[in-house]
Design a binder for this molecule. Sequence first.
Ligand SMILES: [Zn+2]
Length: 205
Amino acid sequence: MTSGRHAAGLHRSRELAEPQSWEIEVAPVPAQNGAHVGYRPEAGWVEGIRCRNGHFCHPSAQYCTTCGSSMLQLAAVRVLDRRPPLGVLVVDDGTIVPLDVDLVIGSDPSEDDSVRFGIAGSLALAGSAGAGLADVHCDLRLRGWNVLIRDRGTEAGTFLGQPNQSWARVSDRERTQVLPGCAIRIGGRELRFESRHAPLPEHAA
Ligand SMILES: [Zn+2]
């Protein structure tokens, strides 16, 4: 990762005309904090609708997640725009990562092909010895307005905790939807997915 690409990714959100509610300034995280947000590609395109104030929303939203205005009286014309952050990942050390791009997570995700080719962003976590955190441990893929997770064939596994349910190991073949409020456990680290978008089943994307 070069510092130039890094800086470009970090400053992108300032250039947007209208800040979205989940746009959070991502500052470079000192290595001793244990989490490092690497290069981030541009967000992909997604279909949605606009509220009366022009905010880009989920196509089946009943209320705007930015200004709260009702969508019910609007003729819902679908438009294509850059995907807004679908929420944030809150890392156990306090690092906050907006989820507007695919993300590869591990102790050294920078060498993953999708990161090297600029398709996905990277989140590097420090792992304690023996906790089993792999260089490339899991990845999050954004499909439509949903977040999907897949383990990358690790020995220690990737676990998803739904609110009020026990931890479940996620597959390394099929992708599992991550709902708002879910926590992800990998190699002794924990990340929580927070979102103001209402949870929708994956087929509704
Ligand atoms: Zn709005």
